[in-house]
Design a protein around this ligand. Structure first.
Ligand SMILES: *Cc1c(COP(=O)(O)O)cnc(C)c1O
Length: 475
């Protein structure tokens, strides 16, 4: 396949430039010339075909099952796109006065209430732009809480199974990260926790259910231990897919949390597109929420900036509104009973796959899982690795699972089917995994040399890492 630069033929053009008042023969002023711009000359048909073809090389949740654990790549109902493109939302100017923005403000306000309903948290800010951003904002709140109490606590505890964004957010706020090990059964090691927990600990961030797809059986004990030291308990709730309508994060003893709307609540994500990482807090932390907060007054909804103890502004205007509309639509479409069914089905689907695969792949922790589970490449024949399996499954029309995460399981494959896959698709996925295992036994080069059926073949990962080519240049 040629790059668009290799298709260049001088004189082929796909544009008609207006002269914008420059008379024929007159030179374009030097300051406006873009000399360094080295664009190829190709015509419109070629340009359209080139980019349309490129778009088909992508794998998306609309092309097939995407069992990318921790990322909750579920189907994005198309009705979400309809509502998010309603002109009343899309043509609202961010500087419009409150009289013109009542619908959008009401949607944000109600969405916050729904999230409170799902989690039991007393109030939400939906402004953070992603999970990691929500973490950062929430850790800023933890910091402010202790500053106002006149305490200078330095440490935040994080289990070794955590998502990498957790320690990054904590470090960015100037806290020291202390890692807490997990037991072989996948829970927080309680003895190790007690050893590091003292008055210098501002809080603990725990993913619930954790990244092994397990619900920590000591959650209440952990919450009590933290609260005894007046530390705050933070839930990384990026994926609530297992617990909606089943268990509330606040009832587990958490004080503060974030949610990824672009995971649990079906808004499209991946490739760095916009997301939303709302944070929820218990009542004693409400006053620190970022401004503006959407409130309901006598004259309708408004943005309240008058909150002296707030940590301040963390996003332009309201946040990523179109993401919120998608999540709002999803919640309204399903209702409370529907959300509960989402979680039941997500957990059932994950346990179905777990039961079908556990006799064939190494399962480090054999417990009932939540919305995802982790297997590994331990014991695979002919030194076939997780990386090889991840590549080979692409040949069969599936996206790869999450690989080599969580870090505590060597060669991890983290699988999350979500509730939106049919039994038929789940069975095809199982058959494919078993087929790859058989290939690994009988004809392992099929697996180690994969992918074979894609536009791109196996990448030389070592050379790519040692000598990265970050910019295409004409030779
Ligand atoms: C995805 C995820 C995050 C980070 O969310 P982003 O929106 O990618 O920043 C944090 N924690 C967990 C457990 C996640 O799965």
């Amino acid at each position: 396949m040629k790059t668009v630069f290799e298709m260049h033929e001088p004189g082929k053009n796909a544009y008609m430039v207006d002269t914008y008042g420059i008379a024929e023969g007159e030179e374009i002023p030097a300051g406006l010339l873009r000399d360094e711009l080295d664009l190829p000359d190709i015509n419109e048909v070629e340009a359209v075909r080139h980019y349309t073809y490129l778009s088909t090389l992508n794998f998306g949740v609309d092309s097939g099952m995407y069992p990318l654990g921790s990322c909750t790549m579920k189907h994005n109902p198309k009705i979400n796109e309809r509502t998010a493109s309603l002109p009343g939302f899309t043509s609202l100017h961010p500087m419009a006065g409150r009289e013109c923005a009542q619908g959008t403000l009401e949607m944000i306000y109600e969405l916050g209430n729904y999230l409170s309903g799902v989690t039991g948290m007393s109030r939400f800010s939906i402004a953070p732009a992603a999970g990691a951003h929500g973490e950062l904002v929430a850790v800023m709140i933890i910091k402010k809480y202790f500053e106002e109490k006149g305490e200078n606590r330095k440490v935040i505890l994080i289990p070794d199974s955590a998502h990498g964004t957790n320690p990054a957010s904590v470090a960015m706020c100037g806290f020291e990260v202390k890692s807490v090990p997990s037991t072989p059964e996948g829970d927080v090691d309680m003895d190790a926790l007690k050893e590091v927990l003292d008055e210098n600990v501002a809080g603990m961030m725990l993913t619930s259910p954790n990244t092994l797809g397990l619900f920590d059986r000591n959650i209440h004990v952990i919450a009590d231990l933290l609260h005894e030291k007046d530390a705050l308990f933070y839930c990384d709730g990026a994926n609530l897919n297992a617990v909606m309508g089943k268990a509330r994060i606040n009832d587990m003893g958490f004080d503060i949390m974030h949610i990824n709307l672009h995971k649990t609540f079906s808004t499209p994500h991946g490739g760095g597109g916009p997301g939303a990482g709302p944070i929820g807090v218990v009542s004693k932390l409400e006053k620190y929420l970022p401004v503006p907060v959407v409130e309901k007054g006598e004259e309708g909804y408004f943005l309240n900036y008058d909150r002296p103890e707030s940590i301040g502004r963390i996003h332009s205007f309201y946040g990523n509104v179109l993401v919120m509309i998608r999540a709002y639509t999803y919640i309204r479409m399903l209702g409370a009973a529907g959300l509960r069914e989402v979680s039941e089905t997500a957990v059932l689907n994950a346990n179905y796959l777990l039961a079908k695969l556990k006799d064939h792949f190494y399962l480090p922790v054999d417990r009932t899982c939540m919305h995802e589970f982790v297997i590994s490449d331990k014991g695979m024949p002919n030194h076939v690795t997780t990386n090889d399996i991840g590549k080979r499954i692409l040949d069969y029309g599936f996206h790869a699972p999450t690989v080599y995460f969580p870090l505590i399981i060597e060669g991890a494959m983290m699988i999350e089917p979500t509730e939106t896959e049919s039994l038929e698709t789940l069975d095809t996925f199982v058959d494919t995994m078993l087929k790859i295992k058989e290939e690994a036994e009988k004809d392992s080069e099929l697996v180690t040399g994969a992918p074979h059926n894609l536009a791109f073949k196996k990448v030389d990962a070592v050379t790519a890492a040692r000598k990265p080519v970050l910019k295409w240049t004409k030779e």
